[in-house]
Design a protein around this ligand. Structure first.
Ligand code: LLP
Length: 420
């Protein structure tokens, strides 16, 4: 494990987190290189023999050092914006391993991705297909396309991160897909090469995957019977992780579901994992500012807040919290809310959490924070973006310095009529 107590202090690999807090301050995200590599290699191993293109979903954590760690392991990238295209290329991901997802690609984004020469556009509607064809023709190109289908399967995850139900905005409805595929085959700027599916994030059961993949496989067989054979199937992301007591499918079972789907199809495999590659490789390190005893509750007020990590607020997510100083055996735990300094009642990292005694100045971590943590942070309440640190054995690197408050303010300017 990459975050363990040694001599009573929580370490990131070989580095005490207390040392990182002393050197770089808090709140700070800390990532373990070993954990990132371990997760990526677990995917490679689970899919041995299938040779998948593993397109890391940048949205989970788009720090250049994180992307580059995966790129050196052979990863591609799943991107959803021009910004993510630039990040992927800058971190050394080959364009030929980039898939572009998302319901709202603009003509500008299409042009940039076509010019870069990406592997495929995951197209989510007929109007998007027509626009992509026009953009490609104007550039003298042909766009490689995967149709993203909506299999109308309930992923049984949080409503805000469910994407594969018919009422969700994502993908082409199954019953419309054959007609859109026929259109794709006839458009001059489109090469229909693949199908894709993604039904949601933090899935903790295998059945929804199996159901969605079965529909994808059936559609692929039907399309292969009526035109040029598909080259790839893209299975999206979504294998969940353990925050508390979830029992997500293991990668072997997930790989078996995909192996079954592609049997006899002679297609390449694309995967788009995000959370599963980075969540457990990161913690958010924070310091207790003070402890406030209310009549109804005890509050540990820490220097990290919902602007740094919005998952508890936005998705009612339960995220693990551990003190950096290892609690004495038998220490009496007490219930408390762990909250930030932001002026909103929704600003909490944990509610009614049983924790060992905490005092002002103590360090804690929020665990499994490598995914959708820093990537979703903001400067609300003019709180600067947290620092990000990467550890590799005993080496420590700043991969994003804490944002400078004066620079943040200097990035804005007065309208001309306010200058005198
Ligand atoms: N592919 C597509 C098309 C996606 O929309 C997503 C995530 C992924 C791949 C990666 O899914 P993952 O492997 O990470 O589950 N902010 C939320 C999660 C949003 C997921 C959005 N789409 C959270 O913090 O729980």
């Amino acid at each position: 494990m990459s975050f363990t107590y040694r001599a009573g202090v929580l370490h990131a690999e070989d580095v005490p987190l207390s040392e990182i807090a002393a050197r770089f301050g808090t709140p700070t995200y800390v990532y373990s290189t070993a954990a990132l590599r371990q997760r990526f290699r677990a995917y490679v191993e689970a899919f041995a023999g299938l040779d998948p293109t593993i397109c890391y979903a940048l949205k989970a954590n788009s720090n250049q050092a994180v992307i580059a760690t995966f790129a050196r392991e052979g990863a591609g990238a799943d991107i959803v914006s021009l910004g993510e295209l630039k990040r992927a290329l800058a971190a050394g991901v080959p364009a030929g391993k980039i898939v572009f997802a998302g319901v709202g690609k603009t003509a500008e984004e299409m042009r940039a991705a076509l010019a870069a020469g990406i592997l495929q556009f995951n197209v989510e509607s007929e109007p998007e297909l027509r626009m992509l064809s026009e953009v490609a023709v104007a550039m003298g190109r042909v766009a490689p396309v995967a149709l993203r289908v909506n299999p109308d399967v309930d992923a049984k995850t949080h409503a805000k991160i469910t994407t594969g139900k018919a009422e969700n905005k994502f993908g082409i409805d199954m019953d419309q897909a054959p007609a859109v595929a026929a259109l794709a085959r006839g458009l001059p700027g489109i090469a229909l090469e693949a199908l894709s599916v993604h039904i949601g994030s933090q899935l903790t059961a295998i059945e929804p995957f199996r159901e969605a993949f079965a529909r994808l496989g059936a559609l692929a067989r039907a399309l292969n019977a009526t035109g040029p054979r598909l080259k790839r199937l893209d299975f999206g992301g979504g294998v969940g992780v353990v925050y508390r007591d979830e029992t997500p499918p293991d990668l072997a079972g997930y790989a078996a579901a995909i192996r079954d789907t592609v049997a006899g199809l002679d297609v390449g495999i694309v995967l788009e994992p995000g959370r599963n590659l980075v969540a457990e490789a990161g913690v958010l390190l924070a310091r207790v500012i003070r402890v406030k005893e209310g009549t109804a509750k005890r509050f540990a007020i820490i220097d990290a807040a919902m602007n740094d990590l919005i998952r508890p607020t936005l998705y009612e997510a339960w995220m693990p919290i551990r003190p950096v100083a290892e609690p004495r055996a038998g220490a009496n735990e007490a219930l408390m809310d762990v909250v930030g300094p932001i002026c909103e009642t929704g600003d909490y990292l944990a509610k009614d959490r049983s924790l060992p005694p905490l005092d002002a100045g103590d360090l804690i971590v929020v665990g499994a924070a490598g995914a959708y943590g820093a990537a979703m942070s903001s400067t609300y309440n003019t709180r600067p973006l947290a620092a990000e640190i990467m550890v590799n054995g005993s080496e420590v690197a700043v991969i994003r310095p804490r944002q400078d408050i004066d620079a943040l303010i200097a990035g804005e300017s007065l309208a001309p009529w306010l200058k005198h």
